[in-house]
Design a protein around this ligand. Sequence first.
Ligand code: SF4
Length: 170
Amino acid sequence: MSGMESVSPQEIDRAYEKYKKDAIAGAYNINPDVEFTKGLISGLLVNQSRYGYPSCPCRLSMGSKEEDLDIICPCDYRDGDIDKYGACYCALYISQDVLEGRQPVKSIPESRLPRADRKKKVAQTVDLNWNKLPLPVWRCTVCGYLCARDGPPEVCPICKAKKDRFERFI
Ligand code: SF4
């Protein structure tokens, strides 16, 4: 790691507090193991400085925002994995049942499709965009929020993901 990419304990602490606050505001839980969670947040900060966006610390980044969009934290797979396995792939976010000890966390499989299949999925989405609705429908790829308007909102009102995480749904 080059000097430019190292993060100070103060930066990690500040980011940790922010992740915690944002999680509470969005009804999510971050992992209560503080050292573990700070390790993941440190990885996110390193990726932010290395690539210009906080790609998932548990996955290999391509170094291209377009290719990595689905794994910018929070990734497109977070909510589904929390529902299915009680935690996101990195276990940065956990379910209420896991937090309260009603569900153990086992190993979390990778929900992201291999690269070639991800590209096919994008092509299929484009093929379905034929409807003659008065307005296009946009979907937040992080939380699934849908809205019909000329363009996607700047920020998702539900999960706060930015505009570039929206896809044309219909
Ligand atoms: S939400 Fe997704 S990107 Fe963020 S830490 Fe968890 S698995 Fe990685």
